[in-house]
Write a protein that binds this ligand. Structure first.
Ligand code: AMP
Ligand code: MN
Ligand code: MN
Ligand code: MN
Length: 296
C-alpha cells in the first residue's frame, strides 16, 4: 500500500484516534456502465490521485470488476468489488451500492441481469418520446456512446444531446430532458429495495444507500426509507459524496449515527470533464463516523 498522509483524529471514536485516514473512494464508473474510461484506466487514475482503496461501482453490472482488480494489483492499491443497483422505491429511482461481495454469486448475477434486460427496450421508448419533439436518431446516437449496450442509460442519451448541440452540457440535459415530466423520460420497473439488499447480503456484501441527498424525499419519507433499508439488513449510507452539498454531508452524517449506519465516501466519478469531483478528491469523512471500509 502506498504511503498516505497520517492525520490524528480526536473524535467520538477513541479507538480510531491513532489510525491513519485512508483515501478510500468507494463509488465510481467505467465503460462497463456509463463511465467514460475503461475499468483499468479508472484504477490508474485513482492511484495517480492518491487513492488507497477503490471500489468500482458500475450500474447493474459486474463485468468491469476483474480488469479493475488486476489493474489495482499491478499499481498496488487495495480494491473492493462494487456495484450500484438501480431500484424503485415508492415510485422513485434510488441507487443502492453493493460493496465487498463475492462477484461470482449466482443470485446477485441473475438479479442484475434482470435489471439490465429492460434497459434496451426502455431506451427505444425514450428515443420514440424524443422523436415526438423533433429529436431524431437518439437511440442510435446514445448507443454509439455505450460500450456495454446492455447498460444503455440516460447518461448515454445525455451525451448524445450534448454532442448534437441540443444542450450545452450534461447538467442542462437533466434540467430539461430525461427526468420525470420532461421529454425522453420513460417510467421503468427496476428492482425492489428488498431484492437489492437481499442479493448484496446473499453474496456476502455490504449494502449502502448511494447519495441519499439526491432523492426528492422529505425528512419523514427519508426516515421511513432508511428504517425500511435497515430492517432489510442495509448497513451503510454514503455521507461524503460527489453529489452532496455540505449541508447534505452534515444531515446524513447525523442520520448515519442515529440509525447506526456505517459511513461511506465516494466521488461518483464518471469521467474527466464530466464529473464535478475527481477520483479520491473528496474531503475525508467527517469525524465521529464509522467508516464502512473498516468492516471489509
Ligand atoms: P439510468 O440508470 O439510465 O436511469 O441513468 C442514470 C444516470 O444518468 C446516472 O447514473 C447519472 O450518470 C446520470 N444522471 C442522472 N441525473 C443526472 C444529473 N442531474 N446530472 C448528471 N447526470 C445525471
Ligand atoms: Mn451514472
Ligand atoms: Mn447513482
Ligand atoms: Mn454512481
Amino acid at each position: 500500500m502506498p504511503p498516505c498522509v497520517i492525520i490524528f483524529r480526536s473524535n467520538l471514536w477513541p479507538s480510531d484516534a491513532l489510525l491513519p485516514v485512508l483515501n478510500c473512494d468507494l463509488h465510481c464508473h467505467s465503460t462497463a456502465s456509463d463511465g467514460l474510461l475503461p475499468a483499468a484506466d479508472v484504477v490508474h487514475r485513482a492511484a495517480k490521485n492518491g487513492v488507497d482503496r477503490l471500489a468500482l461501482t458500475d450500474h447493474d453490472d459486474l463485468c468491469g470488476l476483474s480488469a479493475a482488480r488486476l489493474a489495482a494489483d499491478e499499481v498496488g492499491i487495495a480494491f473492493t468489488n462494487g456495484v450500484e443497483v438501480s431500484i424503485e422505491w415508492e415510485g422513485l429511482q434510488i441507487h443502492i451500492l453493493g460493496l465487498a461481495f463475492e462477484a461470482d454469486d449466482a443470485a446477485l448475477n441473475a438479479g442484475l441481469a434482470t435489471i439490465r434486460s429492460g434497459r434496451v427496450e426502455r431506451a427505444q421508448r425514450m428515443s420514440v418520446d424524443l422523436e415526438k419533439i423533433g429529436i431524431r436518431g437518439s437511440f442510435e446516437g446514445a448507443m454509439r456512446f455505450a460500450e456495454n449496450p446492455s447498460l444503455i442509460s440516460r447518461a448515454h442519451f445525455a451525451r448524445y444531446l450534448v454532442e448534437s448541440g441540443i444542450c450545452k452540457d450534461m447538467r442542462s440535459v437533466f434540467e430539461s430532458y430525461l427526468i420525470p415530466g420532461r421529454p425522453g423520460y420513460v417510467d421503468h420497473r427496476w428492482a425492489t429495495l428488498s431484492d437489492s439488499v437481499g442479493w448484496i447480503l446473499g453474496a456476502g456484501g455490504i449494502a449502502a444507500v448511494a447519495h441519499p441527498g439526491r432523492y426528492k424525499l422529505n425528512n419523514r419519507e427519508m426516515r421511513r426509507f432508511l428504517s425500511e433499508f435497515k430492517d432489510l439488513g442495509g448497513q451503510a449510507i454514503e455521507v461524503m459524496s460527489g453529489s452532496h452539498s455540505q449541508e447534505n454531508v452534515g444531515t446524513f452524517g447525523r442520520l448515519a449515527n442515529e440509525y447506526g449506519f456505517l459511513a461511506s465516501r465516494g466521488s461518483d466519478f464518471h469521467g474527466p470533464g464530466e464529473s464535478y469531483v475527481d477520483l479520491g478528491k473528496l474531503p475525508p469523512l467527517p469525524d465521529g463516523l464509522k467508516p464502512v471500509w473498516d468492516a471489509f
